[in-house]
Write a protein that binds this ligand. Structure first.
Ligand code: SRM
Ligand code: SF4
Length: 527
């Protein structure tokens, strides 16, 4: 009997109750009914919560205009898929837009419930799915954005990420085995040297590591596989970097290990208090040794101990710019999508560029940017003259280049502040005032849920409410010290409650004091 089964229905919290009453995935077969009913007549729990099991999010900020969150394994999509997403967004005119997310994914906005049957048909025609992308499900699985292109990679993550997604979602159709987890769950897998996926902030992450003596007695040379990290997460209550499970797995065992860990989490994860339900709370409760043992029991075999070191030994790359691929005469080009915001015409254009210049493939990064791979040397110069790259720069300013922002108050009802527009305006003002010599990664997040990951940033800004002259204003808590790539660790809060209206000079000071920036005015005087 599982821990869940021993809990009485009466003691369940609201979320556990409605999940027990009706599995979220059930709404998949009710989409036509909902479309006919309209959003106002729908059962509220179906509308506000269960629809998230098919990736449809009711937005209290824009009632009637839903958000749709896709699943794009490893952040890769085809130009046909991008065109379909553009067509969906185009239908909603001024209200339609899309965002590239901090999990290498896309969300569409302005969606009306009556269009869902049509949208789902369009999705399935091009192999897109949005299933199990919200609420107590496994989020988009991230992988190296340059997998298969990077001459220095140790492992191409694409196939493995797809296999994990196929197992967890029954090839995108929905898998009731994993639709009632205690809470959300994040998985990342990296085969490169620079930890491009922020392994340390996932509930489960696989990082490259070579093992001497991989259990096969006669194995001479080190074998490639992954060290396993568990329990990383951010929440309003607590933020933790993932810890080593002391396990090493060969690539062919990764899918089975994901399944085993998720089964342990599903059946034993803590469900009473949603603020204490992420995987790390179970690990705390049991201790790592018991957790590891339970995982082995599910797996049906012992886990090998971790390799003594992993292969993450590079600083993190942002992939903005033009780069040679491992395939001769081919290049990938990364361009900056300011705060990840796209409109239909941008999406059509990205789709066209990938078809005309590349091999119809488009990739996304966790920094909310786009990569078009497989551009031949002979086409590169012409590609770089494309008008779209004037707005989505290949060589953007040193602050713009690394700017990340969560959705914020424009669409998210948790938000304590407006983020995306403010972040962009402030970065542009700072770039106009300062001479910068290095990139500085500034991340904005509208509330303590930390979707914009301020804890991984050089400067992280977390929305809050603050008081000034007797008035309540939008403000930020400032985080610093986040380190990504090799030796990644989380930043911490250094200043609380700066009103947004006073933030620009504060950021200017931080950039001068800590990141070598100079005022343009001063530089003029000294010369
Ligand atoms: Fe998030 C909830 C947006 C990445 C931690 N997140 C939400 C909701 C669904 C809240 C809501 O219903 O309004 C936001 C939807 C707003 C909207 O309309 O867009 C939302 N989260 C996002 C996105 C779109 C931010 C972005 O602009 O990129 C990201 C979507 C990723 C995806 O494609 O699936 C997003 N969220 C994250 C991350 C970053 C990551 O995964 O690397 C985190 C921190 C890491 C983590 O989860 O451990 C994150 N989101 C949360 C939390 C806090 C979770 C917790 O355990 O307490 C919530 C609130 C919740 O789940 O109760 C939340
Ligand atoms: Fe919304 Fe807060 Fe997440 Fe930003 S951090 S998207 S405001 S829940």
């Amino acid at each position: 009997m599982t821990d869940t089964a021993t809990t009485t229905t009466a003691s369940l919290n609201k979320f556990e109750k409605f999940k027990a009453e009706k599995d979220g995935l059930t709404v998949k077969s009710e989409i036509e009914k909902f479309a006919a009913l309209g959003w106002e007549a729908m059962d509220e729990t179906d509308r506000d919560h269960r629809l998230k099991w098919v990736g449809v999010f009711f937005r209290p900020v824009t009632p009637g205009k839903f958000m749709m969150r896709l699943r794009l394994p490893n952040g890769i999509l085809t130009s046909d898929q991008m065109r379909v997403l553009a067509e969906v967004v185009q239908r909603y005119g001024d209200d339609g837009s899309a965002d590239i997310t901090t999990r290498q994914n896309i969300q569409l906005r302005g969606i009306r419930i009556e269009d869902l049957p049509d949208i789902f048909n369009k999705f399935s025609a091009v192999g897109l799915t949005s299933v199990q992308s919200g609420m107590d499900n496994i989020r988009n699985i991230t992988g190296d954005p340059v997998a298969g292109l990077d001459a220095d990679e140790l492992f191409d993550t694409r196939e493995l990420v797809q296999q994990i997604q196929d197992m967890l979602t029954n090839k995108g159709e929905g898998n009731a085995e994993f639709t009632n987890l205690p809470r959300k769950f994040n998985i990342a897998i990296t085969g490169g040297r620079d930890n491009s996926v922020h392994a340390e902030i996932n509930d489960l992450a696989f990082v490259p590591a070579f093992k001497q003596g991989n259990g096969q007695e006669f194995s001479q040379s080190p074998t490639f596989g992954f060290n396993v990290l568990v329990g990383g997460f951010f929440s309003a209550k607590r933020c933790e970097a993932a810890i080593p499970l002391n396990a090493w797995v060969a690539p062919e065992d990764v899918v089975a290990l994901c399944k085993a860990i998720l089964e342990v989490f599903r059946d034993h994860g803590l469900r009473a208090n949603r603020q204490k339900s992420r995987l790390m709370w179970l690990i705390d409760d049991w201790g790592l040794d018991k957790f590891r043992l339970e995982v082995e029991n599910r797996l049906g075999k012992s886990l090998l101990p971790a390799a003594p070191k992993d292969e993450i030994d590079w600083e993190k790359r942002d992939h903005i710019g033009v780069y040679k691929q491992k395939q001769p005469e081919l290049n990938y080009v990364g361009f900056n999508i300011p705060v990840g915001r796209l409109y239909a015409e941008d999406m059509f254009e990205i789709s066209r560029l990938a078809t005309v210049y590349g091999n119809s493939e488009i990739r996304l990064t966790v920094e909310q940017n786009v990569i078009i791979p497989n551009i031949p040397d002979s086409r590169l110069a012409t590609f770089l003259t494309e008008p779209l790259l004037e707005r989505f720069a290949v060589n953007p300013g040193l602050l713009t280049r690394s700017l990340v922002s969560c959705t914020g108050a424009q669409f998210c009802n948790f938000a304590l502040i407006e983020t995306k527009n403010r972040a962009l305006a402030m970065i542009q003002a700072l770039e106009a005032e300062l001479i910068l010599t290095r990139t500085v990664r500034i991340h904005w997040t509208g509330c303590p849920n930390s979707c914009g990951q301020p804890q991984v940033a050089d400067i992280g800004l977390m929305g809050t409410k603050t008081r000034k002259n007797g008035k309540t204003l939008e403000g930020v808590d400032i985080y610093m010290g986040g380190k990504v790539g090799k030796d990644a660790h989380l930043g911490t809060c250094v200043t609380k409650g700066i009103p947004c209206e006073d933030l620009q000079p504060v950021l200017q000071d931080l950039l001068i004091q800590h990141f070598g920036a100079k005022l343009k005015q001063e530089a003029l005087v000294t010369h």
